[in-house]
Design a protein around this ligand. Structure first.
Ligand code: OOB
Length: 538
């Protein structure tokens, strides 16, 4: 007799669950619907089997076909010996197979650990060891990077890793296409309060942390986001940012689009040339980008010829979009701009589609859910006056209560009553919209005066020659730290004296003026494309 497999509980060691009382509230209020994440695809496939789920080149794959492929892969993975509750590191570029792999794992109750294509040995080894991953799914190569070499070295160092599954030329490993597709193993019953998948923190210090998201919370994350963005089955979502990142995955992203029966397309190269061609070809209506990319796309409309007429909504988030840039995006690309201030830990803030232009261009949105609890506090942890700057603390129906297997860090990163300390400095407007003013730690201490990097960068960007700007503190014998501005410019590099005059005319205090300027061709970026301050400080 075959019995339905259930997950062993090992994967829950080191998981911080929602307290029972909070969980009951979220369930009773309907935020948690009790559905496994894999059912988002199942439900759409039942309702609209023939609608296109995936657009790739000239091919459209239907919901029914993707649904069946996910089941077959789930069966095959179980037949290979993987078990519900196991963790599998997934590191794929933005290829169509991402969708089947993700849903295949979810259907088998196997927990994907979603890493980014730009992660390298230090991160993958750490994440595989921390999650005690038994599997690692990669593509053979991307550009001139060979993931099989990375897998070989990770496998040597992480004893739990038994299966390396490769999309493309598998070499010594297992070809993903050869995972048995005729397995008859029954798919496990999924507990919706259990861990669905793990995201990697975008944290600015130390090694990345694992963020375990439950079926209940992530279904809500994706479906409520789809509602805010008014996604319908007529929408086509382009995964421009790495698909494993929370923003393109579920805000509303790929999962939100699947939940309403829209179509998803992928690009591995987010440059205007490649992304605009994809927009034109697939009649893309929605996509999400980080601010440097939004700027590049806006500028590129001057020279790229592609027809972007289908695009209705451009979501920009992941880092602060300066007001000057925000004002350009909508008119340049002919879209509604939506600012999204989110975090893999949970809380999402969106400007609403019908917010007025000033709100859209000067704020980073307001919380997604009526059940999101947001506090803005001072250094002592007390609520600041309305409208004043402070650190954002939050808890709610889709915000974690602790990182996975990180008890010491959790003691600092969460308050005793369960709020996540975001480290983000914000001001809250009477409408509930938040204005992000920096990171607690992204401050230069110049002879005892605090200079907010974000504030200085915003002023630098207003200079007509400055395309990108980053302010960093450099060690200084006299001052402790001095202010260095790294600039990417169009045309001639302004002199330090010119920049100082410009900033002074904008009313900036003298102690905030840069002590030195550096010119750069490009600023270093993180795995998802945000400006990498850590690397700049070197
Ligand atoms: C998103 O998620 P993460 O986990 O990569 O990074 C989160 C951090 C936030 O704590 C904040 O410091 C920064 O990135 N951030 C923003 C921002 N959006 C994120 N800072 C200023 N303005 C914004 N609009 O980056 C993320 C996750 C889901 C949706 C969107 C972004």
């Amino acid at each position: 007799m075959t019995s339905t497999p259930t997950a062993s509980t090992g994967h829950r060691d080191g998981y911080v669950p929602f307290p029972a009382e909070a969980a009951a509230t979220y369930r009773d209020a309907g935020y948690w619907s009790g559905r496994p994440l894999g059912d988002l695809l199942r439900e759409t496939a039942r309702r609209a089997p023939d609608r296109p789920a995936l657009l790739d080149g000239a091919t459209a794959t239907s919901y029914a076909d993707i649904d069946a492929a996910a089941d077959r892969l789930a069966n095959g993975l179980l037949a290979l010996g993987l078990a519900p509750g196991d963790r599998v590191v997934v590191q794929l570029p933005n290829v169509p197979e991402f969708l089947t792999v993700l849903f295949g794992l979810l259907r088998a109750g196997i927990i994907p650990v979603l890493t980014l294509p730009a992660h390298r040995r230090a991160e993958i080894e750490h994440l595989a060891a921390l999650s005690e991953a038994v599997g690692y799914v990669i593509a053979d190569r991307l550009g001139d990077f060979d993931y099989r070499e990375l897998a070989a070295s990770v496998r040597e160092r992480v004893p739990s890793l038994r299966h390396v599954l490769v999309l493309g030329d598998a070499g010594d490993f297992t070809d993903l296409a050869e995972v048995p597709r005729d397995g008859a193993a029954p798919l496990p019953a999924i507990d919706p309060s259990d861990i669905a998948l793990m995201l990697v923190s975008g944290g600015t210090t130390g090694l990345p942390k694992l963020i375990a998201r439950t079926h209940d919370d992530y279904v809500y994350n994706a479906t409520a986001s789809a509602a805010i963005c008014e996604l319908t089955e007529h929408d086509v979502y382009l995964a421009t940012l790495p698909a494993a990142h929370n923003f393109p995955l579920a805000c509303p992203g790929i999962l939100g689009t699947v939940s309403v029966g829209g179509a998803v397309a992928f690009v591995t190269d987010p440059s205007p040339e490649s992304a605009f061609a994809a927009v034109e070809r697939h009649r893309v209506t929605v996509t999400a980008v980080v601010p440097p990319l939004a700027q590049l796309w806006s500028a590129a409309t001057d020279w790229e010829e592609a027809d972007l007429g289908s695009l209705r909504l451009l979501q920009v988030g992941g880092a602060k979009l300066a007001e000057v840039n925000a004002r350009e995006v909508g008119p340049a690309l002919g879209v509604t701009l939506q600012q999204v201030f989110g975090m893999a830990e949970g809380l999402l803030n969106y400007t609403r589609l019908d917010d007025d232009t000033d709100l859209i261009c000067t704020t980073q949105g307001r919380p997604l859910s009526p059940a999101d609890e947001v506090r803005v506090v001072d250094a002592a942890g007390d609520d600041v006056d309305p409208g004043a700057e402070g650190e954002l603390l939050t808890k709610g129906p889709y915000t974690i209560r602790g990182y996975y297997r990180a008890p010491e860090h959790n003691a600092r990163a969460f308050t005793p009553d369960g709020y996540y300390r975001s480290g983000d400095l914000v001001r809250r407007l009477p409408s509930g919209h938040l204005v992000v003013s920096g990171r607690i730690k992204d401050v230069i201490n110049r002879g005892g005066e605090n200079v907010s990097c974000d504030e200085l960068e915003e002023h630098l960007l207003a200079h007509p020659a400055v395309r990108h700007a980053a302010a960093v503190g450099l060690p200084d014998a006299a001052l402790g730290e001095k202010v260095c501005a790294v600039l990417v410019v169009d045309g001639d590099m302004p002199t330090l004296a010119e920049i100082k005059t410009f900033l002074t005319e904008r009313g900036l205090a003298t102690y905030k003026l840069p002590d030195l300027l550096r010119q750069s061709d490009r600023l270093p970026v993180t795995a998802v494309g945000k400006i990498d301050k850590k690397a700049l400080r070197g």
